[in-house]
Write a protein that binds this ligand. Structure first.
Ligand code: 13P
Ligand code: SF4
Length: 282
């Protein structure tokens, strides 16, 4: 059972065999020895596991667990982008469908996006589908970034103004943000990183009070490990992640449902862009 950092504590702390961010889950999927993987996360994460394990059974407890980023773009959109910008390499955030992954040069996650873009031999890079992650990457590299205009429905709701209010109430509070947040939010943050990097930051710095500007369950999960850190919570939940529940996981185990199936020809092409990322070891 592989679970994302946004799963609720009874899944994250009690039934998961492995927890992590998107990159860690993709890496773990390449090492799993079991014949069946249950992916507690959203659909694109389960698809990534299936892409990397075509001969294994990959189950997701609720097939409707989508993602506003993944649904913002199709493979046909990527083909049009390639026509518009011939020769420009295309990087896809893993928060995309297999259909999109099949059309791009390489995948990335929020953990390695800057390094992946830097690794490409081109001054200009098409980055999709998250405009805010693209903004963040553009702020960290000299390369020109052409961005798709998708957004995460959870992170786009945070505002710089609400974070400034937290600081006014307590100037010593630490603010850490996921790079899917809009630029005015990132500007207020003391640290920006993937979900795993945010957790590591809290483990290492051990702040007295911290605002984790990301999906709300993550603070509950880390709170269990670090009871003396106070998590101040602007609580935005991802409705897709929250479709995964303990009873549905039990159903997956008992009835072997719901199985991820990908057209083998698409999976084969998508595997190239995911493996290119995983093999870069960055
Ligand atoms: P991470 O790769 O940072 O875990 O992000 C995945 C995600 O969906 C964030 O909203
Ligand atoms: Fe997608 Fe946002 Fe939910 Fe992550 S939090 S799965 S990016 S909708």
């Amino acid at each position: 059972i592989l679970a994302h950092n946004y799963q609720t504590p009874e899944i994250y702390n009690c039934v998961a065999d492995f927890v992590g961010d998107s990159l860690q889950l993709a890496r773990e999927a390449t090492k799993v020895e079991a014949q069946v993987i249950i992916q507690c996360g959203v659909h694109f994460m389960a698809e990534t596991s299936k892409i990397l394990n075509p001969n294994k059974t990959v189950l997701i407890p609720d097939m409707r667990a989508g993602c506003s980023l993944a649904s913002s773009i199709t493979g046909a959109d990527v083909r049009l982008l390639r026509e518009k910008f011939p020769g420009v390499p295309v990087v896809a955030y893993v928060n995309t469908s297999a259909d999109v992954k099949a059309e791009v040069d390489i995948c990335c996650t929020s953990s390695n996006a800057v390094k992946i873009v830097e690794s490409l031999d081109s001054d200009t890079v098409i980055f999709l589908p998250d405009q805010y992650l693209a903004n963040y990457v553009a702020s960290q590299t000299k390369k020109k970034i052409i961005a798709w205009k998708g957004a995460c429905e959870v992170h786009e709701r945070f505002t710089g103004e609400e974070l400034r209010r937290y600081r006014e109430n307590d100037p010593s509070v630490q603010i850490i943000a996921h790079p899917e947040c809009p630029p005015d939010v990132i500007a207020e943050a003391d640290f920006t990183g993937s979900t795993a990097h945010m957790i590591d930051w809290v483990r290492q710095k051990h702040p007295k009070r911290v605002v984790m500007v990301t999906e709300c369950s993550m603070a509950d999960n880390v709170q269990a490990e670090l009871p003396d850190v106070e998590f101040v919570k602007p609580c935005n939940l991802c409705p897709h992640m929250k479709r995964i529940t303990l009873p549905k996981i039990l159903d997956s185990l008992v009835y072997m449902r719901e199985e991820i199936v990908i057209d083998p020809a698409i999976a084969e092409r998508a595997r190239r862009s995911v493996e290119r990322m995983v093999n870069l070891k960055i």
